[in-house]
Design a protein around this ligand. Sequence first.
Ligand SMILES: [Mn+2]
Length: 410
Amino acid sequence: MSNRPFRFVHAADLHLEEVPRGVAHVPTHLTDLFLQSPYRAAERVFDAACSEHADFLVISGDLLDAARTGPRGPLFLVEQCEKLAARGIPVYWAGGLVDPPEAWPPSVRLPDNVVFFPVGRPEEVIFNRQSEPVVRLLGASRTQGRRLRPNEYAAEPGGLFTIAVTHGGADPESLKRREIGYWALGGRHQRQTLFSGPEAAHYPGTLQGRSPSDTGQFGCTLVEVDPRRTIRLTPITTHVFRWHAEQVDVGQSDTRKDLETILRQRIELLGQAHPAVDSMISWTVSGSGRLLTAIRRGGLADELVEMLRKEYGFGQPALWSLTLEAEAAICVPPPWFEQETVRGDFLRMIRDWREKPRAEIDLTEYLPECYLAGWLSAAATVSDEQELKRILAEAAMLGVDLLTPEGPES
Ligand SMILES: [Mn+2]
């Protein structure tokens, strides 16, 4: 059988219902950007399917939680799919965790170009061009509480190229054994290719970072398959703003002016590197010296953030500084750990905690009573190891600041 080349856009984890989080204060001029970002990023997927002349669009789950978006989500989706229908581009959609077929509002009719794969055994659809079969798709919406079962998907030896469309995870080897041409997967929010060549299995990731730790770019993937069945994956960026974690270093002799200069240089470079989208920046200052102590104590950090916001936060694009913190590291002269002082006792205790971490730290007893019943109480038990170490380092440096007399360092 002769193979016809084809190309399609693969997207997953659009999560129209999830707005960005993890920011203490969103300024008025960026509120709209935050709130609209899931929809604007999703719109770029449908636009890309048109501009890239895709044969079809594949969506591997977690498109929207219709209960949380309200009517806006389904109506937006219908409008976007109609845009593709007008160009003769089908949409193949397998539901994930938040979008099982039964969650779709029955009163909203999906356009005829949309195939919403049912739950259970994969369903087969053939994509034709001028009445000639080009590619075969096998898709299933996720069965809640169950992992992906690769054995339910079978290739057609000697036949059409097969694309499996589904949401979930499985051992790459077990996927590879099925000889499916392309596994169009969803359920991981970071882009990931499990294997490629000759067959491929790929997660395009979500379309927009939603918290300060989601640095880097997000998008969907253009998949091109040539007559020799060689697969080419090209990322298409969809994020409407970017998160950055920037680290700057200060030395003992650096002054505040020096630090301001470093920050300005760095933010201008960021603006040049990403001129088309707004940036949300979390700063970490590492190194040693008085500047770092001043940042830990809070006042200087606030002033620097204020300065950066005023100078760079309101431009086009906006380079908005979210936070500026001292690096969470215990930087003290090693002999301090051995001294017979209150500070020495304190440092030894912290060191002990860091070396033999307890399963978790319960900070609940330090919460004011009015918060005890709320979500904050659940967050006050810290079990993540990295987070534990960060908190201990912060506590150590705060303690050292308070227990060290002003004046020349001893
Ligand atoms: Mn997801």
